[in-house]
Design a protein around this ligand. Structure first.
Ligand SMILES: Cc1cc2nc3c(=O)[nH]c(=O)nc-3n(C[C@H](O)[C@H](O)[C@H](O)COP(=O)(O)OP(=O)(O)OC[C@H]3O[C@@H](n4cnc5c(N)ncnc54)[C@H](O)[C@@H]3O)c2cc1C
Length: 385
């Protein structure tokens, strides 16, 4: 069965610029890649199993950062990711879903002081804006926090920010609609359609085929399974996670990364809160849905409330849990797949920070057929051996 509106000629010679593309996965990465392909003049279809943003992008802390220690190529990509958000911010600084209030990090334990100093020095060496703050400076800079909760020293990264991915996805989806792209939701679990060793489209759960010159798989934590069915191994390491969204609270804060709670502001005066200490207590059912004890939510919000001035009590408005997309080796998997011509992949941790730059560079590879130098270190081909 073939859908009537399907673009018809996917059989152009290998290496020719695609005129049609289908992007599988309606999260931040898929939507961004689709938008960048549409900007390049490609007739795009964005296809997803349920609703847009019903995966990790709908329950992400989405701290925009390149803090801490990582490989130079990954650091460069993340810094460029933040740069693209800066450009988006400058186009309309009134958006309440993309802000740059900076980030604050601290740790605890016996080696906290040493760990903090060495993290700070590493950041300074890489040219990442990093300031070491004592408790008094921290309190003065962020009066709504309770600096007594912090270690003796904290790191302030003034260039960091946060984004609400559901808003970003809606923003990019609106652009897609304006550009005449198709957005297909509710398709169920789709698979890549492979003919003569080439990706030629996608088959949805009803059996309908959606053909295109190029296929991009951006299925978040489902990416490994989709690619495995198409004969390409991309090992998965996606852990469980949970994000709590609070009721509105009278407090202002940067993004906070602390030993027991990570917190970021969210539109409407609310906050989003997560961490990883409770991950073993999240129960995943066979259908992928999760349950979390109410007491874990309360415990997390008690930890988060302690970061704020006395009297501030964060209350849960809701929570969402599921897999956080992370490739098994922890590094991004971005770009075209040599073993499956016509197919590219986008699967990464920190997909909020990378969403715009990954959309731009993966779309560039799809359109030009050339490996983007920024993605050389992140090619899906590294698993082929
Ligand atoms: C709790 C949490 C905290 C995070 N914190 C940060 C952070 O601070 N900073 C940061 O940069 N990043 C962070 N991330 C990571 C970031 O949010 C993700 O990397 C990003 O949202 C992933 O986007 P995606 O489009 O790849 O995947 P998703 O948003 O999961 O979208 C994938 C889509 O594909 C669909 N799909 C899956 N399989 C199929 C199929 N077979 N057929 C059709 N459709 C399919 C899904 O339904 C889903 O809609 C966090 C994530 C979580 C969960």
């Amino acid at each position: 069965m073939t859908s009537p509106a399907t673009p018809s000629d996917p059989s152009g010679p290998t290496g020719a610029a695609p005129t049609t593309a289908i992007v599988l996965g309606g999260g931040a990465l898929g939507t961004s890649i689709a938008a960048h392909l549409a900007r390049a003049g490609v007739a795009v279809t964005l296809a997803t199993s349920g609703e847009l943003c019903d995966g990790a992008s709908g329950r992400s802390l989405s701290w925009l950062n390149s803090a801490g220690d990582r490989r130079p190529a990954y650091h460069a990509l993340r810094v460029l990711g933040i740069d693209r958000y800066r450009t988006l911010f400058a186009a309309d600084p009134s958006r309440d879903w993309l802000r740059f209030p900076g980030g604050v990090w601290w740790t605890d334990g016996e080696d906290a002081d040493q760990e903090t100093r060495s993290r700070h020095e590493g950041e300074v060496d890489r040219g990442y804006h990093s300031r070491l703050l004592g408790r008094e400076d921290l309190q003065a800079a962020f009066p709504d926090l309770d600096a007594r909760a912090a270690g003796a020293a904290a790191i302030h990264n003034p260039g960091e920010g946060w984004v609400s991915l559901p808003h970003l996805v809606e923003h990019l989806a609106a652009e897609l609609r304006e550009r005449g792209a198709r957005i297909l939701t509710g398709l169920g679990a789709c698979e890549v359609l492979v003919e003569d060793g080439r990706a030629v489209g996608v088959r949805d759960s009803s059996g309908t085929e959606h053909r295109a010159d190029a296929v991009v798989v951006a299925c978040g934590a489902g990416t490994s399974a989709v690619m495995a069915r198409a004969g390409v191994q991309i090992p998965d390491g996606s852990p469980l996670s949970m994000l709590v969204t609070t009721e509105p609270a009278e407090a202002e804060a940067p993004v906070l990364n602390t030993p027991r709670a990570a917190v970021r502001p969210n539109p409407g005066g609310t906050f989003c809160v997560d961490h990883d200490w409770y991950v073993d207590r999240i129960v995943e059912r066979e259908d992928g849905s999760c349950t979390v004890d109410e007491e874990i939510v309360e415990e997390l919000l008690a930890e988060a409330s302690r970061l704020f001035a006395p009297g501030t009590r964060l209350r849960a408005a809701g929570w969402a849990a599921g897999r956080k997309p992370i490739p098994a080796d922890g590094e991004p998997v971005l770009g075209t797949v040599s073993a499956l011509p016509g197919c590219a992949v986008a699967f990464t941790h920190s997909g909020a920070t990378l969403a715009l730059i990954a959309g731009e560079t993966v779309a560039h590879e799809v359109v030009t057929g050339r490996r983007h130098p920024l993605l050389a270190a992140f090619s899906p081909d590294r698993f082929a051996a």
